[in-house]
Design a protein around this ligand. Structure first.
Ligand code: ATP
Ligand code: MG
Length: 584
């Protein structure tokens, strides 16, 4: 991704394709309005309720809702639910929750393509009457065989030799009307007949070779039950649903580009409102997969705990991980909307998240792997209180008192008996500052029979309280700590990427298709059950976010139980994006 500077001089990535106007959709819309093709703007966000929304859908929503807003128009929420096999009401509910969470508002415009079955049926009849659709007896397999496939010629240029007409292609209108009515009435078995558009079996675009409009399926639909045994196909249904709602601009991801001639064909032949399809690039992210089909497998085959597992790129997973709607929206705005597909570095998403959390998260101290620190010369009892800043980025966040005692918890990693080079934390003879407190000097450690360190010993200098350094003394390390007397037990879950390669679907070295399941990261979750935190963490609520000083950003998970809050690590403090930018 290329870099430019925004108004504040900060480096931001250019649009995904490196410079193309991110606002080409606005340009199209403006042209349409100027040409009088439409006199208002109305878009829709059309999820299929066959899985939970992911971050790619966040991009789609940003495009759909913000284009409407920009032109003073409206955006509908339409469930694109015409495939009874995979759809479910639980998905509808999850989708609505996530759209709302991101802050998009469809007001009272909640629609279902399944409410349009009767309307769609009538339009199919209309197209049959025009001699532009026919009932076919070929099986679905035969239909694809007759349609043909794209093949490379001797110069490796893709060719699509003409397909073959079905023997039923020239059935008369009356016969087609009769057969179609009988398909609906349930007179034929599943797959026995289809309704096909009569377009062109030699079209270079295979999708135009008499696509199927209706198929027979005796599945129970989650909304219409068994009222129908024929179901409309996407390419027929989607443009006509758009038209029914008076959608002016049907914005969708790039893979629908080759469907556009078909979109226009159905609009034209059905003689309905002339909705216009415009495509934009799909969001892809490194170290993840963004397709409901794959995400469903991760859930069903239990590679993750559910759709909202904090490692999932679903909106519910990201929310549980600690992502904020603002961070996601900023991310999408900054990558821009391009016309060519690309893959965005997940480090940039994390950068956008940190930008937001840094401003809004209160700081507290927590110790993931506690080790006791004993201050040998402490005689201050257990009432000593130090003042800690709640958020240096927010003047109004104030300060709090933290208790300092003879015995503290420090991070196991912050002590080494024999320090490696450049180790500035505790080791015998070395001094560090305890955050908000005193400078301490390590005097040694206690060990158990097998030689494990059980406690670290030190002395403190009373003159160095709360950041004071009377003799101008400098120490190289500052470490976080908790009082043993009031630290509370917490569970901490640390996450890594779900996939240990950037492109989990990339082909294998031998050229065979990649399988994302081969690239799962076996160490994507580490659970620490005996961590400790400041007492205030005991009275937090699900979704509360903090920066644990020196460790990263954390959010309270709904799995928390009374007396044992669970915190998910949202993201670390280190900015890997800045490094990538620096390296160019
Ligand atoms: P998936 O491949 O994940 O199943 P889909 O396109 O089948 O995605 P839908 O529920 O049909 O999922 O998508 C709703 C809308 O979101 C569509 O307009 C689609 O173009 C858009 N969309 C889906 N995935 C992405 C993505 N990764 N980036 C941008 N837009 C997307
Ligand atoms: Mg889809």
């Amino acid at each position: 991704m290329n870099e430019t500077n925004d108004v504040s001089g900060r480096a931001v990535p250019e649009t995904e394709n490196g410079g193309e106007s991110s606002d080409f959709i606005s340009e199209f819309i403006k042209e349409d309005l100027a040409a009088g093709r439409f006199n208002y703007v109305h878009t829709r966000f059309p999820p299929e309720p066959n899985g939970w929304l992911h971050i790619g859908h966040c991009k789609a929503m940003m495009v759909d809702f913000s284009m409407a807003e920009k032109f003073g128009g409206k955006c509908n929420l339409r469930f694109d639910d015409t495939n009874p096999e995979k759809e479910d009401i639980s998905y509808v509910e999850a989708i609505k929750r996530d759209v709302k969470w991101l802050g998009f508002d469809w007001e009272d415009r909640e629609y279902y393509a399944s409410d349009y079955y009767e309307y769609l049926y009538d339009l199919a009849v209309k197209i049959i009457k025009k001699g532009k659709a026919y009932v076919d007896d070929l099986s679905e397999d035969k239909i694809s065989e007759y349609r043909g496939t794209a093949v490379p010629d001797k110069n490796n240029i893709t060719q699509t030799p003409p397909g073959r007409d079905s023997p039923w292609r020239d059935r008369g209108v009356e016969e087609n009307l009769d057969l179609f009515a009988r398909m609906r009435a349930g007179e034929f078995a599943d797959g026995e007949k289809t309704l096909r558009a009569k377009i062109n079996m030699a079209d270079p675009n295979l999708l135009m070779r008499d696509p199927v409009m209706y198929r027979i399926r005796r599945d129970i639909h989650y909304r219409t039950g068994n009222a129908w045994c024929i179901y409309p196909m996407y390419d027929f249904q989607h443009p006509l649903s758009d038209a029914k709602e008076g959608i002016t601009h049907s914005l969708c991801s790039l893979e629908y580009e080759i469907h556009r001639p078909l979109y226009d064909w159905f609009i034209r032949e059905a003689e309905v409102f002339p909705s216009r399809q415009i495509e934009f690039s799909r969001l892809n992210l490194t170290h993840t997969v963004l397709s409901k089909r794959y995400l469903l497998r991760l859930v069903q085959e239990k590679y993750v705990a559910g759709w909202d597992d904090p490692r999932m790129p679903t909106l519910a997973g990201l929310r549980r991980r600690g992502y904020t709607p603002l961070a996601l929206r900023n991310f999408i705005s900054q990558i821009g909307i391009a016309k060519t597909d690309s893959t965005v570095d997940i480090a940039f998403l994390e950068y956008c998240l940190r930008e937001d959390l840094n401003k809004t998260s209160p700081r507290v101290m927590a110790v993931l792997k506690p080790l006791k620190l004993i201050i040998e010369n402490w005689d201050g009892g257990s009432d000593e209180e130090l003042e800690a800043v709640n958020n240096p980025e927010d003047e109004n966040a104030g300060t709090r008192k933290i208790r300092f005692t003879k015995e503290l918890w420090i991070e196991k990693d912050d002590f080494e008996e024999t320090p490696p080079p450049k180790y500035f934390r505790l080791f015998p003879g070395n001094s560090v500052r305890l955050r908000y407190g005193y400078i301490v000097t390590c005097t040694g450690c206690d060990k158990d029979a097998s030689g494990n360190v059980t406690a670290v010993r030190c002395t403190y200098d009373p003159a160095t309280r709360g950041g004071n350094a009377p003799d101008n003394r400098k120490v190289k390390g500052t470490i976080h700590w908790l009082s043993v007397l009031d630290a509370v037990p917490i569970e901490v879950r640390i996450y890594d990427y779900l996939f240990n390669v950037e492109k989990p679907m990339a082909p294998k070295p031998d050229g065979t298709p990649g399988n994302f399941l081969d690239n799962l990261n076996p160490a994507s979750l580490e659970t620490i059950t005996d961590a400790r935190g400041e007492p205030c963490l005991a009275s937090t609520r699900g979704g509360d976010r903090f920066q644990f000083e020196r460790l990263g950003y954390f959010v309270r998970d709904p799995d928390s139980v009374n007396g044992k809050p669970v915190f998910n690590k949202t993201v670390g403090l280190r900015d890997t994006w800045a490094k990538i930018v620096k390296k160019g």
